[in-house]
Design a protein around this ligand. Structure first.
Ligand SMILES: Nc1ncnc2c1ncn2[C@@H]1O[C@H](COP(=O)(O)OP(=O)(O)O)[C@@H](O)[C@H]1O
Ligand SMILES: [Mg+2]
Length: 505
């Protein structure tokens, strides 16, 4: 479902609703609406409309105007979301509400939405589930700090959250918004060129210098959303710092698996969606955001959704085992829509094989669970990779001390292990907890399975288990037996390990 102001649109069903009332949208008007939605805020030319809506006939341009005015009439109070770009075509802007945005540079007076410009900002598809608090908090952070970075592992929802924040700010202010994804660039010049293009400086290498970017942001009330900074982190950091120092009216909302570490930056760790407890009843299960997202995703695929207590418990298990990570839930829901919930639960034992087949339109790194992990893994240093493999043996939280005992060896000092863990935590591959007196770490279950597979492939499994057994021995009554036996096999180790809270002592 897609929200355009107060109107909700289902592209799958080709239906639009105002509140709960079905709106009468003619087929041609709906085609145009669909085209505008697919363009994600970009201008759709009249030619594109003619080709899509009247593919087999030559018609007067006037027909477009007729359909457009019908569409605007249907949208009623939200008709201004379809803007006419003089001489070129039409573009969709999406107003949403956001009080926090009122304090930002360029905030609209008296709550009026000004001439918002959403350069390339994707349209918010279905409202984000479980993120209202986060949207308000991030918007507040942008009031006081020029750069806010959304951090978290792949698939946790950074991009969607960033888009929702930017849309909400744009709707409540006349701030110009530029959406830039750095996923496809791999060097400093690429970063500069992408930003330059979005700012309207031009892209030709000769025209584009840092100086031209600085000139382009001055005098503009601007929010830059810089998506996917992690693989060009240094270049992104340099440009961001330079730009915010050049203009007090500039805000940057970055997403990354690692902090930019610039002078004027606040971090926001994007949390997984909440998951139901093991003892949760049907009501509590249905109230949890991961379950709501999973079920919404299944419904969007027109799957039959059973909500009897047995089915709900299985859904809760899926959400827990996927740690509430939205991308994993989305992949699992698409499997459940085909194979059913029961088969999906058992499929999670081999999640990398099972959770494939993401949306065709998603970037390749989001098409499968494994590809998401691979993208992060490629960004790790050699020592970080080795340490990650070894940390895979921890089924629950672990302390730095336990990690060093297990991961350090003759070839790798404790100091190097510590450095690697700090690196892994800052890249959001290892998660950190702050809720105890001492800092503890853990791996999301999917990351852990991935690490275990790599450990197994590296043939280091037995060695690491032996070190773990030696470390754990004093915590047990003698004689201590190694819990997993020798002949380590990642596949059997996978989910069969009991939670070893002692590992974190
Ligand atoms: N709160 C949410 N509610 C519904 N779907 C979500 C939510 N967060 C993320 N998603 C979906 O999960 C997938 C991964 O989210 P994305 O923002 O691309 O993650 P990231 O940028 O952290 O890799 C996307 O397809 C997105 O639509
Ligand atoms: Mg992203």
């Amino acid at each position: 479902m897609i929200k355009i102001g107060r109107v909700t649109v289902s592209l799958e069903m080709r239906e639009a609703y105002l509140d709960d009332r079905l709106l009468q949208v003619g087929s041609r008007a709906f085609d145009i609406l669909e085209l505008l939605i697919e363009a994600r805020g970009k201008t759709v030319t009249k030619d594109e409309i003619l080709r899509r809506v009247w593919p087999h006939s030559v018609v007067e341009e006037n027909n477009i105007h007729v359909q457009l005015s019908a569409l605007r009439k249907i949208l009623g109070a939200d008709k201004l979301t379809i803007r006419t770009i003089s001489g070129r075509g039409y573009r969709l802007t999406v107003p949403t509400e956001g009080n926090e945005a009122a304090a930002l540079p360029g905030a609209a007076q008296g709550g009026q939405t000004g001439a918002t410009r959403l350069n390339g900002l994707p349209v918010c598809h279905a409202p984000l589930i479980g993120r209202d608090g986060a949207i308000a908090e991030i918007t507040r952070a942008l009031n006081g700090t020029p750069i806010v970075t959304l951090l978290g592992p792949g698939g946790i929802g950074k991009t969607q959250l960033g888009i929702a924040v930017a849309s909400s700010i744009a709707a409540a202010s006349d701030l110009e918004v530029c959406f830039i994804t750095l996923a496809a660039v791999d060097n400093a010049q690429g970063v500069v060129s992408m930003i330059a293009e979005a700012l309207g400086v031009g892209r030709a290498a000769d025209d584009v210098t840092l100086h031209s970017l600085v000139a382009a942001v001055q005098g503009r009330k601007l929010l830059l959303m810089l998506d996917n900074c992690e693989h060009v982190i240094e270049s992104a950091a340099t440009v961001c710092e330079l730009l915010v120092q050049a203009s007090a009216d500039l805000r940057i909302l970055a997403t990354s698996r690692e902090p930019l570490r610039t002078r004027d930056e606040k971090f926001y760790w994007v949390a997984p969606l909440d998951t139901p407890d093991a003892e949760a009843g049907s009501q509590a299960i249905l109230a949890s955001s991961s379950v709501r997202m999973f079920l919404a995703q299944m419904r969007a695929l027109n799957a039959d959704v059973e909500t009897d207590p047995g089915s709900l418990e299985m859904v809760a298990t899926i959400c827990r085992r996927l740690d509430g990570v939205p991308l994993a839930l989305e992949l699992a829901a698409s499997r459940a829509a085909v194979f059913g919930i029961r088969k999906t639960v058992s499929g999670l034992d081999d999640r990398f094989q099972f959770l494939t087949g993401g949306r065709r339109t998603a970037p390749p790194r989001q098409q499968t669970l494994e590809a998401t992990l691979e993208w992060s893994y490629q960004l790790l240093g050699a020592t970080e990779r080795i340490v990650l493999h070894r940390l895979g043996i921890f089924p629950a939280r672990f302390s730095l001390e336990a990690a060093c005992a297990v991961a350090a060896c003759e070839r790798l000092s404790s100091h190097e292990v510590m450095e690697a863990i700090v690196g892994l935590a800052s890249k959001c591959v290892v998660m950190t907890t702050f809720d105890s007196k001492t800092k503890e770490y853990f791996l999301l279950e999917t990351t852990r399975e991935y690490a275990l597979r790599k450990l197994y492939e590296s043939d280091e499994g037995d060695e690491v288990l032996t070190r773990n057994a030696t470390y754990l021995a004093p915590f047990y009554e003698p004689p201590y037996e190694q819990p997993y036996g020798r002949g380590f096999r990642a596949a059997t180790l996978g989910n069969s390990l009991a939670a070893e809270s002692v590992a974190s002592r």
